[in-house]
Design a protein around this ligand. Structure first.
Ligand SMILES: [Zn+2]
Length: 277
């Protein structure tokens, strides 16, 4: 054993994904004295501009959006007590099919090997014990989330780092309630057309396939405040509308599927570091 603190590395696509997907575990493990490293792959330049302007709208300047989101990301890291923030600085690729997918410098158009080499250097520097990223579908099909999965898995295979590797997920039992919760908090939520829904890859996992349920209820306030730091992004407003208490109640458990493990910790487990301490 070394006297190096146990280290969690989360690899995310955009500024704000760290809060929605892993805000609870980042805050919890920081509070336990572990080192937390956030790698954010893109600049988030395809996010909302002032007044909710979308890419291509007048008033949407990707460089200005990226600068604003960087400030928001730093504020979120402060709230979550992230020890190290590393930004790979690729351009946000936008949603699948957007011209931004193939723009020069976009994350999606960057060869996996090239970005994985950069991430691999960070893994060698920080020597994470636990690495967290998205599943192969990027949870919901966003190209930058898919690419984050690909470069993480490639970097892990070339460095042989991290005894435990996880993909974020959501239990289907929760997804089923999601539409209901959206409506309750006044989001514009339309039930997807059944034919369209059938053609989409299913989001999340059946509850029994989830290996890891981490209770982060005690850190719900920090997770909420981290999202609040990203208030320029319209999709976060709906979460903020819930208020801290209801948000913590609904989002207080973060779920993962363990895809690599050398510790032999039994599953289901309730701790990303089970078997390591
Ligand atoms: Zn994202």
């Amino acid at each position: 054993m070394t006297d190096r603190p146990l280290t969690l590395m989360a690899v995310h696509a955009h500024p704000d994904d760290e809060a929605t997907g892993t805000g609870g575990v980042l805050a919890r493990y920081a509070a336990e004295g572990f080192r937390t490293v956030l790698v954010t792959c893109t600049d988030g330049g395809c996010g909302d501009g002032p007044g909710g302007a979308k890419p291509g709208d007048p008033g949407h300047d990707p460089a200005a959006v990226a600068a604003a989101r960087r400030t928001e990301l730093e504020a979120s890291c402060e709230v979550l007590k992230v020890s190290h923030l590393e930004m790979l600085g690729y351009a946000d690729s936008g949603m699948m099919g957007w011209p931004a997918n193939d723009a020069p410098g976009s994350f999606w158009s960057t060869p996996v090997d090239e970005a994985a080499a950069r991430l691999g250097e960070l893994m060698l520097r920080y020597q994470p014990d636990v690495v967290v990223t998205y599943d192969e579908n990027g949870f919901y099909g966003h190209p930058d989330h898919i690419q984050a999965n690909r470069i993480t898995m490639a970097a892990l295979s070339r460095t042989e780092m991290a005894p435990k590797v996880y993909w974020t997920t959501a239990p289907r039992s929760m997804m089923a309630r999601f539409g209901e919760i959206m409506r309750e908090f006044g989001a514009d939520w339309e039930e997807p057309d059944p034919a369209e829904a059938a053609a989409m890859p299913e989001i999340g996992l059946p509850d029994e396939e989830i290996t890891t349920w981490v209770d982060t209820t005690a850190f719900g306030g920090q997770k909420f405040d981290a999202l609040l730091a990203h208030a320029s992004q319209g999709e976060n407003i709906f979460f903020l509308r819930m208020g801290k208490e209801r948000f913590t109640e609904l989002m207080g458990v973060e779920t993962f599927v363990r895809v690599h493990d050398t510790t032999g910790a039994a599953v289901p487990e309730n701790d990303l570091f089970a078997g390591l301490r």
